[in-house]
Design a protein. Structure first.
Length: 505
C-alpha cells in the first residue's frame, strides 16, 4: 500500500518536473554555480562549455559530473506512463540533467540511507515534519554557490513552513560556519543547520559537486527533485516548489500521509577515517575528496635493467623470469574473492616494459578500435604522476584486444581524451584462465613529461577493472588497485593510490 501511495506522488512529481521554470536566486556577487572536490568552482558559462564539449547540453557522460543512474523500470511501474499519458521514452522518466551524485530520482531515500547521521545540530533539528516535504542540502563554507544558497534556504523555509522542512548539512565545522564570508544572518535561521565533518550522508550518495539538494515527498521519503539548486535551466524555484506543495496539500486533506516522518536523523561522532575523506578548504590547505588525511606507507618496487628487450606480443617468454613482480593487488570495495592479478616489470635503456597476467572467470571484452569503448570491458590500467598534484597525470587503460584508452587528466577527474601517450605499444592474449597484456613505453616519454625523478623513480599506480556481463550488458564486478587508498568507495583518480617504481641502472 505504501508503494502505491508513493506511485501516486511520483505521477504528480512527473507533472511538476515537466513545468519547471527558470528563476535565478539572488545572492552574493560570485557567479559560480557549482564547486567540485578539487576546489574548482564553475560559472554557468564554464559549465555550458563543458557540457557542449560532450556534444549534448542535456546529458553529460563524464563520471566527473554524473553519478550512478537509477532509471525507472517501466515494466514494473506502468502506472507512471498511463497516468501521465506520455510515451515510455519521454525524458521525464529518466534523469538527464547533470547530477554530481548518485541519482536517486524516484527512489525512496530510506531504502538507500536508512538514517541520516549528523555530528551536531547548530540550530533545532527538524520537528513535526511528518506530512511535510523534506529538503536536504549538502554544502561547505568554502563553496561560494553554497553560501549564496543559504539565504534562499532561509527564505523558503520561512515562507513554506507549513509544507516544508529544510535541513542543511555542512561538511565543515562550526567555527568555519561562524567565520565564513558573506552576509549571513546566523542568528535568525528558519531551517535546521547541522555539521558533519565526516560527510557521511554526502559520501553515502557519492556527492562530488556542491551544493547538492534532494527534495523528498512525505509518503515514503521518495526523491522527487534532485541536483544543484542553481543549475541553469533546472533551478529549484518557487514555482516548482508551489506545484509540489499543492499536490501535498490535497493529499494531506485526503489523509494520505503517514503520522510519522519517513526520514530520520541521528547525532553521532564520525570516525577519524570518515573525517579523512572530506574536502577541506582552510586558506591554502586542501585535501581532495577521497584522500586520506595521512598518506599510507608508500609501496616501492625496483625495476631491473636488462640489455635485451622482450617482444611485445602478449606471450610470456623466458626473459620475464628476470623481472620484478607485483602480486599484492586487492579488491577493497567488494565482498567477492579477488582473482589473482600480477604485473612484471623490466626496463632497458629505451623502454619500460610490463607483462600483466590476469585470472578472470567472467571475461568481458569489446575488442573495439574505438578507445572510449574500453570503459565497459575488462582491462588493466597504469597511471603516472609527478609530485605536484596540480600537474597533469597520465593514464592508460589497456584491454587484451582492441584499442587502449590513453589520456591525461588533472585532479579531480578532469579528463583530456584527445591526448595520447606517445610511443605506447601493447599486445595481449586471451588465455584459458583469463588474459595477458604486454606493454612497452618509451623512457623518453616519461622523462619528457617530467615523470622520472632525480632518484630515477616514477610515481605509478597499477589497477585492474573487472567486469561481468549482466542482463543489460557489461557491469562492473570489482575495482582492483595495487595501493589500497583506504576509502569507503572505489576511486582511482586521487593522489593516494600510487606507489613508486625505482628504475635500476
Amino acid at each position: 500500500m505504501k508503494r502505491l501511495l508513493f506511485a501516486v506522488g511520483l505521477v504528480f512529481g512527473a507533472l511538476v518536473l515537466l513545468g519547471c521554470a527558470r528563476v535565478s536566486a539572488e545572492g552574493e556577487g560570485d557567479d559560480a554555480v557549482v564547486c567540485l572536490p578539487d576546489g574548482t568552482c564553475l560559472t554557468a558559462e564554464e559549465l555550458a562549455a563543458r557540457q557542449n564539449a560532450e556534444g549534448d547540453e542535456d546529458q553529460v557522460n563524464d563520471p566527473a559530473f554524473v553519478g550512478e543512474k537509477r532509471e525507472v523500470d517501466l515494466s514494473t511501474q506502468p502506472w507512471l506512463v498511463e497516468s501521465v499519458n506520455l510515451p515510455a521514452n519521454h525524458p521525464v522518466f529518466k534523469r538527464e540533467k547533470i547530477v554530481w551524485a548518485d541519482s536517486l530520482l524516484w527512489a525512496a531515500l530510506p531504502d538507500v540511507v536508512p538514517t541520516v547521521e549528523v555530528e551536531k545540530w547548530l540550530t533545532d533539528p527538524p520537528k513535526d515534519y511528518a506530512g511535510k516535504y523534506l529538503l536536504i542540502e549538502v554544502w561547505a563554507t568554502w563553496c561560494p554557490p553554497c553560501r549564496r544558497s543559504l539565504n534562499y534556504l532561509n527564505y523558503i523555509a520561512g515562507k513554506y513552513k507549513d509544507d516544508l522542512a529544510v535541513v542543511a548539512i555542512c561538511e565543515m565545522d562550526e567555527e568555519a560556519i561562524r567565520n565564513m564570508p558573506g552576509d549571513h544572518d546566523m542568528e535568525h535561521i528558519n531551517y535546521s543547520l547541522a555539521v558533519d565533518t565526516g560527510r557521511r550522508f554526502a559520501n553515502a550518495i557519492h556527492v562530488t559537486g556542491i551544493p547538492h539538494v534532494i527534495l523528498l515527498e512525505p509518503m515514503l521519503g521518495g526523491v522527487v527533485w534532485e541536483g544543484m539548486p542553481t543549475l541553469p535551466g533546472y533551478e529549484l524555484d518557487g514555482d516548482t516548489l508551489e506545484k509540489f506543495f499543492a499536490i501535498g496539500r490535497r493529499l494531506r486533506e485526503q489523509g494520505r500521509f503517514p503520522g510519522e516522518p519517513q526520514v530520520t536523523f541521528t547525532v553521532s561522532e564520525p570516525t577519524e577515517q570518515q573525517r579523512a575523506t572530506r574536502r577541506h578548504h582552510d586558506g591554502d590547505s586542501k585535501d581532495t575528496l577521497g584522500m586520506p588525511s595521512q598518506e599510507p606507507e608508500e609501496k616501492q618496487v625496483e625495476v631491473p635493467c636488462l640489455d635485451q628487450a622482450p617482444e611485445i606480443d602478449g606471450a610470456a617468454e623466458p626473459l620475464w623470469e628476470k623481472a620484478a613482480e607485483i602480486t599484492d593487488f586487492s579488491a577493497p570495495w567488494s565482498d567477492l574473492p579477488c582473482e589473482p592479478t600480477s604485473v612484471k616489470l623490466l626496463r632497458d635503456d629505451e623502454n619500460l616494459y610490463m607483462f600483466w597476467t590476469v585470472e578472470d572467470s567472467t571475461p568481458t571484452f569489446a575488442d573495439s578500435q574505438e578507445k572510449l569503448d574500453v570503459v565497459n570491458e575488462d582491462r588493466v590500467e597504469f597511471f603516472f604522476r609527478t609530485n605536484d598534484t596540480d600537474d597533469y597525470y597520465y593514464c592508460a587503460e589497456v584491454p587484451p584486444k582492441g584499442a587502449a584508452l590513453d589520456y591525461r587528466a588533472k585532479f579531480f577527474r578532469k579528463f583530456d581524451y584527445d591526448w595520447s601517450l606517445p610511443g605506447l605499444i601493447h599486445a595481449g592474449r586471451i588465455t584459458d584462465t583469463g588474459y595477458t597484456v604486454e606493454v612497452a613505453l618509451p623512457l623518453s616519454t616519461l622523462r619528457s613529461l617530467g615523470l622520472v625523478g632525480e632518484d630515477q623513480s616514477v610515481i605509478t599506480g597499477f589497477f585492474r577493472a573487472d567486469f561481468t556481463t549482466g542482463g543489460d550488458g557489461p557491469e562492473v564486478k570489482q575495482w582492483i588497485p595495487w595501493v589500497d587508498p583506504d576509502l569507503d568507495h572505489a576511486e582511482f583518480h586521487i593522489p593516494s593510490v600510487y606507489g613508486r617504481l625505482i628504475l635500476k641502472k
